[in-house]
Design a protein around this ligand. Structure first.
Ligand SMILES: [Zn+2]
Ligand SMILES: [Zn+2]
Length: 375
C-alpha cells in the first residue's frame, strides 16, 4: 500500500515527509494503523550519527500505538482490531535472555539497527524505489507499520491509543530504571539527572517506590517545574548546584541511587553521577551516548573503596510483555501520570518542528498524532 512516512536520507539531514510503499504482513507479521508516535531522543541520534545504522534511508520512530488492520500467516494471539503498543525491543519469550527473565535483551534485537525483518530478512518499506530501514524494526513515523508480532504488545482497548504510545519507550524506560534497575527502596535518596521523556518517569518510578527524596538535576526551568508535579522533592539547575545541596540534605551520605537520563550522555556524566552517589550506592546509565565515544571519567579509587555500583539499563530492565500492560493499568488506577507527559501534539508534516522543540527543551514528550489526512 502507499502511505506517508518521515524518512532520513543521511546524517545531518532533516526528516523528509514523503510517500512510502509499505508491504503486506508476511509470516509472523501484522500491519498496524497507528494513532500516534512519540518523538524520542533516540531518533535524534540517527540525525546526529550518534547511533550507527547499516545504511540510509531510515524511517524513524519507535514509540507508537494503534489498531491491528492485517494479520499475516502464523501469527498467534493477535487479530484484526486488537489494540497494540510497539515495543522497541522485540520480545519473543523463547530465546535464552527472554527465558532467563531478561526480555529487554531478547536475541531478536540483534538486527535492530540493520533493519532486516525478523521473519525473512527483507524490508517492508520502500521510498523512492529504495529499501528503508525501520528504526528499531518499527518505523512509527508513519500512520501504518508492518512489523513482527514480537514487536507489538496487546493492550486493553479502553485506553486512549495516544496515551498508550508513551509506554512503548520513554515511560517504561524511565520507570524501570528507577523501580527495577536502580531498585529504589522506601526511604532512599534518589538523584535523577535530566528530566525529559525518560527522566520524568524515573522521577515517577522513584516516588512510587517510596523514595524519601527525589532530587532532579535539569537545566530547563519549565522542566524543573514539571518534575515537581511528577513527584520530585527538590530540583537543581546543575550538577554543581546539586552536589552541595544533596550533601547537606543527606547529612553527607549522598544519594543511594543516581539515574542518568540525559538525552545525549557524555563521558563526564559518569563521574558526576558517581560523585552524587554515596558509598554502597548505585548509578544507573539510561541515557544514550554516541556509539564511538569510549572515553569515560571515572575515579577507580572511589569505585572500589566506596563500593559503588555502575549499571547500564535498556528498556528500564523490564519485560515489554509484562511492563506495558502493567503500566497502563497503573495509569487507569490513577497511580501513573501519562496525560501530563505529551506536552505538544504535532502533525506528521511538523515533525522537524517537533524535534527543534525537543532540542530547545520545550517538551516532556512531543507526540505526532495521525489523522485521516495522513492516511
Ligand atoms: Zn525511545
Ligand atoms: Zn527473546
Amino acid at each position: 500500500m502507499k502511505t506517508k512516512g518521515a524518512i532520513l536520507w543521511g546524517v545531518g539531514e532533516e526528516w523528509s515527509i514523503e510517500e512510502i510503499e509499505l508491504g503486506d504482513p508476511k509470516a509472523g507479521e501484522v500491519q498496524v494503523q497507528l494513532a500516534a508516535s512519540g518523538l524520542c531522543h533516540s531518533d535524534e541520534h540517527l540525525v546526529t550519527g550518534g547511533t550507527p545504522v547499516a545504511f540510509y534511508p531510515v524511517i524513524g520512530g519507535h514509540e507508537g500505538a494503534g489498531v491491528v488492520t492485517k494479520v499475516g500467516p502464523g501469527v498467534t494471539g493477535l487479530q484484526e482490531g486488537d489494540h497494540v503498543v510497539t515495543a522497541f525491543i522485540p520480545a519473543c519469550g523463547q530465546c535464552p535472555p527472554c527465558s532467563k527473565g531478561m526480555q529487554n535483551l531478547c536475541d531478536l534485537g540483534a538486527n535492530l539497527l540493520a533493519g532486516t525483518s525478523i521473519s525473512d530478512g527483507s524490508y517492508r518499506v520502500q521510498a523512492r524505489g529504495k529499501d528503508v530501514i525501520p528504526m528499531c524494526l518499527l518505523g512509527t513515523f508513519s500512520p501504518y507499520i508492518t512489523v513482527h508480532q514480537a514487536s507489538v504488545v496487546k493492550v486493553e482497548p479502553d485506553i486512549p491509543l495516544e496515551i498508550a504510545a508513551l509506554v512503548g519507550c520513554g515511560v517504561t524506560t524511565g520507570w524501570g530504571s528507577a523501580t527495577k534497575v536502580a531498585d529504589v527502596r522506601p526511604g532512599e535518596n534518589v538523584v535523577v539527572m535530566g528530566a525529559g521523556g525518560v527522566g520524568m518517569n524515573a522521577v515517577q518510578g522513584a516516588a512510587a517506590a517510596g523514595a524519601k527524596r527525589v532530587m532532579v538535576i535539569e537545566p530547563v526551568a519549565k522542566k524543573r517545574e514539571w518534575a515537581m508535579d511528577m513527584g520530585a522533592t527538590h530540583t537543581f539547575e546543575s550538577a554543581e548546584e546539586a552536589t552541595g545541596k544533596v550533601n547537606e540534605l543527606t547529612w553527607g551520605r549522598m544519594a543511594d541511587k543516581t539515574i542518568i537520563t540525559v538525552g545525549d550522555i557524555q563521558g563526564e556524566d559518569i563521574q558526576t553521577a558517581l560523585s552524587l552517589t554515596g558509598k554502597g550506592g548505585r548509578a544507573v546509565v539510561t541515557g544514550m551516548g554516541n556509539y564511538a565515544n569510549t572515553d569515560v571519567k571515572l575515579s577507580l579509587f572511589e569505585l572500589t573503596l566506596l563500593q559503588k555500583d555502575l549499571q547500564g539499563a535498556i528498556f528500564g530492565g523490564l519485560a515489554p510483555r509484562a511492563a506495558i500492560p502493567e503500566l497502563l493499568a497503573l495509569y487507569q488506577e490513577g497511580q501513573l501520570k501519562l496525560d501530563e507527559l505529551a506536552t505538544t501534539k504535532y502533525a506528521l508534516e511538523d515533525i522537524n518542528q517537533g524535534y527543534q522543540d525537543m532540542r530547545d527543551g520545550k517538551n516532556i514528550r512531543g507526540m505526532v498524532v495521525y489523522t485521516d489526512a495522513d492516511r
